[in-house]
Design a protein around this ligand. Sequence first.
Ligand SMILES: Nc1ncnc2c1ncn2[C@@H]1O[C@H](COP(=O)(O)OP(=O)(O)OP(=O)(O)O)[C@@H](O)[C@H]1O
Ligand SMILES: [Mg+2]
Length: 324
Amino acid sequence: MKARSMGGQFTVIEGRAERAEAIRTRLLKAEAEISEREMRHSNALLEETVRQRTCELELANARLQESLKQLQAAQAQLLFADRLATIGQLAAGLGHEINNPLAFIIGNLDYVQQQLVRTAGAATPEEQQEMIEAIADARDGAERVSLIVRDLKVLSHPNDLENGPVDVVASLRSAVKVAAYELRDRATLVEELVSVPPVNGHKVRLCQVFLNLLVNAAHAISPGQAARNEIRISTRMSSSGSVVVEVSDTGCGILPENLERIFNPFFTTKPVGVGTGLGLSVCHGIITALGGEISVRSEMSRGTTFTVTLPVYEAQEEITSRAA
Ligand SMILES: Nc1ncnc2c1ncn2[C@@H]1O[C@H](COP(=O)(O)OP(=O)(O)OP(=O)(O)O)[C@@H](O)[C@H]1O
Ligand SMILES: [Mg+2]
């Protein structure tokens, strides 16, 4: 009887336990369903956010591409404007440069003409000799003008920009001739030009770089003390086999806080109308595009040295055969 009643109790307890278990299972299932729904919901949210972000990124990318195009167009314009500014700045100097030999030529020709008229073709041997010398001087003057014109031509082929082997010594000499008027009254030019292998580049562009450096060096020195100042140009090979060109001056030097800014476009310490501040940024652009480097060291009141390092020219066949 006891056992039965106990058995009955067990049955009641077992029934409750089963119901509790069933409730727990239902609860767990409901919880699992809720979590799954939440997960699906957050997945959908996440996917939507990713989709939106991707759209935004694509838009930003398109805008960046557009800006890049505009920047490239602006840079091309700046390069062109800088060439014009440099040439414009030098035009006055070149006027003088050409005027001197021209005055010389005209003077000598006038003299010969007057002598011929005066002696009516019957000049003494001395007079004849003087006329021959005057004509020879006039010829030298004309030769000088023709050299200047030849150097100017170096700067006037903007579209001929394919790279090839360039002789930096010849390029430096052309730049010196074009800048001669700027240099003359300010410094003695010292040349330490040893012959070096050709570099890979474009002669107009390299001449533009050296011209910018020479004009900057001249501007760092006040006019009138040419004998006490020096602008030195040199070429050599670096220990790693690159060609090194240096342009140094004994000018005012560059303030340490400006050293990092001088290659920035439009950084200038010159008055408005004198400098655009594009010279060195253009030099930097040209040299780095050729795989080279341009650096500066300077000491206030002592001078400045710009160092340009350029890789030696390698013919395309050599590069291809090495790669094979
Ligand atoms: N050799 C130098 N000695 C002293 N300062 C220099 C020298 N070269 C450059 N600088 C400084 O760097 C600045 C920037 O030179 P950069 O050639 O870029 O422009 P700029 O000469 O001022 O104008 P431009 O565009 O006409 O060349 C100059 O204004 C000058 O302050
Ligand atoms: Mg300059």
